[in-house]
Design a protein around this ligand. Sequence first.
Ligand SMILES: CC(C)(COP(=O)(O)OP(=O)(O)OC[C@H]1O[C@@H](n2cnc3c(N)ncnc32)[C@H](O)[C@@H]1OP(=O)(O)O)[C@@H](O)C(=O)NCCC(=O)NCCS
Length: 180
Amino acid sequence: MTPRAAHQLFALARDPAVSEHLQWKAHESVDDSLEYIHDARALWQRGRAWLPGIFDHAREQLVGCTGISSIDRANRRAEAGTWIGVPFQGHGYNLESKAALATFAFEHLELARVEFLTRCDNPRSLAAMRKLPGIREEGMLAERIWRDGVGHDAVQFALLASEFDPATWPAVTVDRASVS
Ligand SMILES: CC(C)(COP(=O)(O)OP(=O)(O)OC[C@H]1O[C@@H](n2cnc3c(N)ncnc32)[C@H](O)[C@@H]1OP(=O)(O)O)[C@@H](O)C(=O)NCCC(=O)NCCS
């Protein structure tokens, strides 16, 4: 994402329904969105995270965000997360973006394992996770996600490079120039 996307990001991230179950608060101004974009780019430059936007190019529209953070090179693992703006949920962007994320994690970052945490009180996300090809459901972690002073139980999911079969996912094309 570049700062050009800040207004579209703000239009989606200002809705509290999007981040209700996540670890960040609804954006209050375009400056919050710009700060996210700057932080995401800085983390990528330091090799710490990859936090791209999800764009529908035909509509010239940012529809959500995805990404890989807590990259642990020694153990070839990282944590992943996605959110889709409310007007764009239920249109298939989640599966498409997870396909891109898995391809990037396994083929470009050469990770062996990508983990996803979903709060137990987020049925829509649990349903979306359980639909992913080859997803492993590894169990419930008690009080794993804290928000506003409350600890929430979460289900841990994982994708493994050794089990990743691109034929079972939407096709992905990587533009090498844009990820170097
Ligand atoms: C989770 C999220 C990324 C999924 O994307 P999406 O576009 O909504 O995903 P889909 O609509 O393809 O899949 C959601 C599934 O949940 C089902 N679903 C929809 N609303 C639901 C609800 N209130 N309760 C339970 N299941 C629900 C859908 O029917 C669908 O399953 P189906 O295809 O078998 O019918 C998106 O909803 C989102 O961004 N939510 C807010 C942020 C978030 O929670 N992110 C995940 C953090 S772990």
